[in-house]
Design a protein around this ligand. Structure first.
Ligand SMILES: *[C@@H]1O[C@H](CO)[C@@H](O)[C@H](O)[C@H]1NC(C)=O
Ligand SMILES: *[C@@H]1O[C@H](CO)[C@@H](O)[C@H](O)[C@H]1NC(C)=O
Ligand SMILES: *[C@@H]1O[C@H](CO)[C@@H](O)[C@H](O)[C@H]1NC(C)=O
Ligand SMILES: *[C@@H]1O[C@H](CO)[C@@H](O)[C@H](O)[C@H]1NC(C)=O
Ligand SMILES: *[C@@H]1O[C@H](CO)[C@@H](O)[C@H](O)[C@H]1NC(C)=O
Ligand SMILES: *[C@@H]1O[C@H](CO)[C@@H](O)[C@H](O)[C@H]1NC(C)=O
Ligand SMILES: *[C@@H]1O[C@H](CO)[C@@H](O)[C@H](O)[C@H]1NC(C)=O
Ligand SMILES: *[C@@H]1O[C@H](CO)[C@@H](O)[C@H](O)[C@H]1NC(C)=O
Ligand SMILES: *[C@@H]1O[C@H](CO)[C@@H](O)[C@H](O)[C@H]1NC(C)=O
Ligand SMILES: *[C@@H]1O[C@H](CO)[C@@H](O)[C@H](O)[C@H]1NC(C)=O
Ligand SMILES: *[C@@H]1O[C@H](CO)[C@@H](O)[C@H](O)[C@H]1NC(C)=O
Ligand SMILES: CC(=O)N[C@H]1CO[C@H](CO)[C@@H](O)[C@@H]1O
Length: 516
């Protein structure tokens, strides 16, 4: 049935009033004939940061220092189970302070100071240190949870501050080299080493290093990785520049480093506004605002394709709102209108991995502070991870801009999985997934699809708890996660997407040649 999988989109949208509620109906057809893009098998990634202090000058507390990678209690069952639920969650360890972190190994072994406040130092914090005992503990945690690790290296060591943000001088690689050597000897599996954090380019934060210097140091890092991993089949990749995207800079950078140096081009995104802006919530329900980010994704995709075909693009860090996230937004249902939407949007532009700031820490922690209870975004990410496969399909959505619509090949099974996000609190959508050529044979089959409807608890878009198909999602006291149980519907029936909801629909019978 090769010819039978071609698809079309018909649109008949109208707005009847049913029971005093606006319902918009429409037809959507997914193009199952070509993969528009392809993500990594493990697309979902979360970050762990180093920030070691409580930041509680405002209430609620912006940041709980216990979330630091150096301090985080790795024995908490809630934490372990939340990561294990993904089976293969990517974790990126990094953040501003990674460029002030010494590894207590090799010629640097000795006193291993903790980060401390120091008003004359970069970020007003003195250099800190990662002990090898802590590194062992972290790796034990990664191993037992199945995490796939990206570790951000200190790229500032050896340089000196000149004027403004500028730092000069060659990178002193000896500490990183000894650290990587230690890691390899211990047989700790690191998926990728990332070089520096937000210290290059247009919008560098804290310290600024010139592109030429940075490129030179990356070439050195490549030499170290190739040498140390020489006999290993599990050679780690190199990721960089971990910066805010700016097309001219990224273009120069990939040209300057050339092929075979950087495997992964990472970029950071905080496109939703300042976390402490009281009006920031408006951006989350504004489809035009949400879609603006696609411009950067497209430009980076072009650079990878045209200028750096040896590399792939990752979102290395994205927290939605900056300044630590937004209270009552970043950890509530409404955040998914940005996060789950941008996960799907980034995938459309061939982003391979997407790292959410943070797993724990700040308002944007996907696990809530203290209890580490999963936020609504956690469940959205888990469903995305379990249901959405790596093949990304094209969807034309003419129904409404408030209905966000995406389709992937289903993960590890046949058919496609749709993601719908209804940003509207006034309009419910009822849509049919049309697959013309298949529809006649479909009618013969009594096939069923799976649906997962996420809506905010109590109808409050800023609820920190979420319902799945009407049932409250909550962990047990021991941190055991609830089952994410679908409801089943006749494949030929329409799909209803309630106001303010996020819906995954698995359609096993949908024959998409691109997914075979
Ligand atoms: C639907 O939108 C696509 C662009 O996304 C357009 O090419 C197509 O003509 C539209 N179809 C209808 C029926 O309006
Ligand atoms: C339906 O939507 C229209 C605008 O599209 C609005 O004026 C009207 O108030 C809505 N009705 C209800 C019941 O929400
Ligand atoms: C950090 O952890 C310590 C020890 O478990 C606890 O006493 C303290 O309250 C925690 N800090 C915050 C801000 O939760
Ligand atoms: C870490 O969590 C475990 C398990 O809840 C607890 O027994 C232990 O006291 C905690 N450690 C610290 C330092 O708080
Ligand atoms: C504070 O930082 C400055 C600049 O890095 C450094 O010279 C000084 O020794 C630091 N002071 C302490 C007490 O660590
Ligand atoms: C955990 O470590 C063991 C022993 O080194 C190794 O065989 C296993 O593959 C590791 N598992 C993961 C998920 O890294
Ligand atoms: C790097 O730093 C160490 C410790 O301060 C020093 O011994 C070494 O000479 C430095 N290496 C380079 C290349 O500057
Ligand atoms: C950092 O330096 C680059 C030149 O290498 C410059 O284009 C950029 O504007 C600087 N960034 C900041 C924040 O100063
Ligand atoms: C890697 O190992 C092989 C033999 O095991 C050796 O010939 C080669 O020079 C090594 N390469 C590097 C970069 O060390
Ligand atoms: C790319 O880099 C080379 C030197 O490595 C330089 O000659 C060339 O002009 C650069 N091209 C662009 C488009 O920047
Ligand atoms: C929808 O949200 C807007 C803005 O928050 C509000 O003014 C309006 O009353 C809400 N409508 C419904 C039906 O809840
Ligand atoms: C057409 C429509 O339903 N518009 C609504 C979409 O959702 C936003 C936010 O929930 C409302 O403000 C609009 O009225």
């Amino acid at each position: 049935m090769k010819g039978g999988q071609f698809v079309l989109i018909f649109l008949v949208a109208f707005i009847p009033i049913i029971y005093g509620k606006n319902v918009t109906m429409g037809k959507i057809v997914v193009d199952g004939t070509i993969r528009k893009a392809q993500t990594d098998e493990n697309y979902i990634c979360m970050t762990i940061d180093y920030w070691p202090f409580n930041e509680c000058s405002t209430l609620p507390c912006l940041w709980d220092g216990n979330a630091s990678a150096l301090i985080l209690n790795l024995s908490l069952p809630t934490l372990t189970k939340a990561v294990q639920a993904f089976k293969t969650l990517r974790i990126r360890v990094g953040g501003s302070l990674q460029d002030k972190l010494i590894y207590d190994v090799g010629s640097f072994k000795g006193n291993c100071p903790q980060f401390a406040r120091n008003s004359s130092a970069l970020f007003q914090i003195s250099d800190g240190c990662l002990s090898m005992e802590r590194w062992d503990d972290l790796n034990q945690f990664f191993n037992k949870t199945g995490a796939i690790v990206t570790f951000g290296l200190n790229a500032l060591l050896g340089r000196h501050h000149t004027t403004g943000l500028q730092w000069e001088g060659d990178w002193n690689y000896t500490n990183a080299e000894a650290f990587i050597q230690y890691t390899i000897e211990k047989n700790y599996r690191i998926n990728s080493w990332e070089f520096g954090n937000e210290m290059v380019g247009h919008n560098s934060i804290g310290a600024n290093v010139t592109s030429a210097q940075y490129e030179k140091d990356l070439i050195k890092l490549r030499e170290i990785i190739d040498r140390l991993y020489n006999n290993s089949q599990q050679k780690a990749s190199i990721a960089a520049p971990s910066a805010f995207f700016y097309a001219p800079w990224y273009k120069d950078f990939v040209n300057g480093t050339g092929p075979g140096i950087v495997d992964i081009l990472t970029h950071h995104i905080y496109n939703m506004g300042a976390g402490d802006d009281p009006k920031v919530i408006n951006n989350f329900v504004d489809p035009n605002y949400l879609s603006k980010e696609s411009k950067d994704f497209q430009q980076l995709k072009n650079i990878v394709e045209n200028d750096a075909p040896w590399s792939v693009a990752w979102v290395g860090e994205a927290g939605g709102t900056f300044h630590g996230g937004s209270p009552y937004i970043s950890n509530t249902f409404v955040d998914g209108f940005w996060y789950i939407d941008q996960l799907a949007m980034a995938a459309l532009y061939n982003t391979k991995v997407y790292c959410r700031q943070t797993l724990v820490g700040g308002f944007y922690g996907i696990l809530l502070p203290h209890t580490l209870a999963p936020s609504p975004d956690y469940y959205g990410a888990l469903l995305f991870h379990r249901l959405m496969g790596s093949g990304v399909l094209k969807v034309d959505n003419n129904v409404s801009s408030y209905l966000r619509t995406y389709a992937h090949c289903s993960k590890e099974r046949s058919g496609v999985t749709m993601l719908f996000i209804n940003l509207s609190n006034e309009t419910e959508f009822t849509v049919d997934i049309e697959n013309n050529m298949m529809s006649t044979s479909l009618a013969d089959k009594a096939s069923q699809r799976e649906e997962y409807h996420l809506i905010p608890n109590n109808g409050l878009v800023r609820s920190s708890t979420v319902l799945l198909n009407g049932n409250l999602l909550e962990t047990t006291e021991d941190g055991d996660l609830p089952d994410l149980t679908p409801i089943y519907r006749d494949s030929n029936s329409s799909i209803t997407i309630a106001t303010w909801s996020i819906v995954f629909v698995v359609i096993p019978h949908f024959e998409a040649s691109a997914c075979k």
